[in-house]
Design a protein around this ligand. Structure first.
Ligand code: ADP
Ligand code: MG
Length: 167
């Protein structure tokens, strides 16, 4: 089994429901166990134009799928959630990015792992720090710690009963 981390993001439709439904899809993926999921976060969209706020989270899975098979599976879950690929970094019903596939480094036309932009994105790092082991956070990120993060105007923890994205 390979331990993998997947970033989930949505800012269209009902983002929280999209994430819950994506987690259910990950849970029922063949040859894969959903191990854990971070808290849900609200974040201000980074990207072109005026966009609604995001809901973000990171999930941990164990899988025997290859990285390419896993990417294909993630893309098919995105498609099941009416994901359209038009504007780069435009609004999306569901984005599933493979952050880490065990300790593998992968660089192909279709797949780069570790995900090349994850190290700069607090909306990835903060949920990752909720669930990743200290050892991994040290080796990959020089030791980030969820407790050292504070809510900001750009990124905040969503409470379970907080149905709005903007609270
Ligand atoms: P982004 O997530 O950067 O906003 P997309 O979700 O539209 O962009 O993905 C664009 C392409 O990125 C996908 O077709 C996929 O082949 C490629 N890709 C490369 N590395 C990864 C990765 N680690 N996780 C997900 N997609 C990846
Ligand atoms: Mg993506």
């Amino acid at each position: 089994m390979i331990r993998c981390y997947i970033a989930l993001g949505s800012n269209l439709g009902k983002p929280r429901e999209q994430l819950l439904s994506a987690l259910a899809a990950l849970r029922s993926l063949a040859d894969t166990t959903l191990v854990n999921c971070s808290r849900f976060y609200g974040s201000i969209a980074v990207g072109p134009g005026q966009q609604d706020n995001y809901v973000n989270a990171v999930a941990a899975i164990d899988t025997t799928l290859t990285a390419e098979q896993l990417l294909t599976a993630l893309q098919s879950i995105e498609s099941q959630h009416q994901r359209r690929r038009d504007v780069r970094w435009g609004p999306r019903t569901l984005d599933l990015d493979l952050l880490l596939y065990g300790e593998s480094s992968i660089n192909t036309d279709t797949l780069c792992v570790p995900h090349p932009r994850m190290h700069q994105r607090d909306f990835v790092l903060r949920p990752l720090a909720d669930i990743a082991p200290v050892k991994l956070l040290q080796s990959e990120f020089g030791g980030i710690n969820s407790a050292t993060f504070k809510d900001t105007d750009d990124l905040w923890v969503l409470n379970d009963n907080d149905q709005s994205q903007s609270a």
